[in-house]
Write a protein that binds this ligand. Structure first.
Ligand SMILES: C[S@@+](CC[C@H](N)C(=O)[O-])C[C@H]1O[C@@H](n2cnc3c(N)ncnc32)[C@H](O)[C@@H]1O
Length: 344
């Protein structure tokens, strides 16, 4: 997947082909403004205002307590981005906004979009990172409010993927116990426990993450939240049938990642499975697409790491005495997947 200049008419498509369109302008000025438009509209409640039915710009402004003229201009931008549609001077939600941006949609990414406000200054620090090579270490620097936005943002992303994770994760038959490393919001543990009735879970995460009060799991107390640092915590020996590390290893340097895989292998029972779930690094920049490359840069500047390849993870798993399985690619999240390995 990539972001870029897309001609909207035959002439414009031709202009893009012939390199006549000012691509760098679109990809800097245009993308920054579009990002802010979607973020601000989400935070101001524009999409929620339109949930019940079409409204004129002045009515949207009145419901959101915003000024009419900028609200009208914002709605036009949102229409070009296909989040709203207009007819007879009234705006209605388009399917993408209804699916992704309404708070009560089962696929809501609203909280994830709001997390962009926390990420914005981090991303604006790219030049500082480029010059110094020193990443931010976001987990050491966030305020409680930022931790809240982070956890809600990750949870909303997990909501989109949880169904596929619950169905496709290779949970061993007879599995009783799982450990969710860096499992924060507990949504994946809940999805897996929901599908596998005999499973109980321990969700291990940093205390700052768990302080953001995970929602009650509704699973009869089958999920225990435990505060700890996965880089140092005692994971036990032969204690779990399933260990999930979802979007965690990209925060660690390679030595820490390799060591965590080794300790996770020790913590598995024979027949147990270690599942590493990540937005994987592409084999080459050409095959990986732009989003993979952007994710790699983002993880590098925020955590001193980057995206990992399935091959790299499989090597760590093999070194730890596990038998890697074929990687699994998610349908609901292109680029993301699981690299699992079984303990013989
Ligand atoms: C990108 S989020 C992923 C959350 C969840 N696993 C998911 O996939 O949606 C990374 C999580 O790892 C946690 N984390 C980061 N460093 C950690 C550490 N050293 N020990 C335990 N958890 C950590 C963060 O607090 C956060 O909840």
């Amino acid at each position: 997947m990539r972001i870029g200049a897309v001609g909207e008419s035959l002439l414009e498509r031709l202009a893009v082909r012939l390199r006549l369109g000012p691509r760098p302008l679109l990809e800097t000025h245009g993308t920054v403004l579009l990002a802010q438009a979607v973020m601000v509209a989400t935070r101001a409640g524009v999409f929620e205002a339109l949930a019940a039915g079409p409204l004129g710009a002045a009515e949207v402004a009145a419901r959101c307590a915003t000024a009419t003229r900028p609200t009208a201009a914002l709605l036009v931008v949102l229409e070009t981005a296909r989040y709203v549609r207009s007819a007879g001077g009234r705006y209605a939600l388009a399917p993408d906004a209804r699916r992704w941006l309404l708070a009560d949609s089962p696929n809501s990414l609203r909280e994830n979009v709001l997390f962009r406000f926390t990420e914005w200054p981090w991303i604006a620090g790219l030049d500082r990172f480029l010059a110094s090579g020193r990443p931010l270490d976001i987990h050491a620097a966030m305020s409680p409010e930022q931790w809240g936005a982070y956890q809600r943002g990750m949870r909303s992303l997990a909501t989109v993927l949880a169904r596929e994770v619950a169905w496709r994760t290779p949970v061993p038959r007879q599995a009783r116990t799982m450990l969710d490393l860096g499992g924060g919001h507990g949504h994946y543990a809940a999805a897996l426990c929901g599908r596998h009735r005999a499973l109980t879970a321990v969700v291990l995460d940093l205390p700052e993450a768990l302080a953001q009060a995970p929602a009650p799991d509704g699973l009869g107390g089958r999920i225990e939240f435990r505060a700890g640092d996965a880089r140092a915590a005692d994971l036990g020996a032969a204690a779990f049938d399933l260990i999930l590390a979802s979007n965690l290893l990209h925060h660690f340097d390679p030595a820490q990642g390799r060591d965590l895989v080794r300790r996770a292998a020790l913590a598995l029972r024979p027949g147990g499975v270690l599942v590493v779930q990540e937005l994987f690094a592409p084999a080459t920049a050409r095959t990986g697409g732009q989003l993979g490359a952007l994710a790699d840069l983002y993880f590098a500047m925020t955590s001193e790491s980057g995206t990992l390849s399935v091959a790299e993870i499989a090597v760590w798993q093999r070194e730890a005495g596990l038998r890697p399985r074929r990687p699994l690619r998610f349908v609901t999240f292109p680029g993301a997947g699981q690299q699992s390995a079984v303990k013989p």
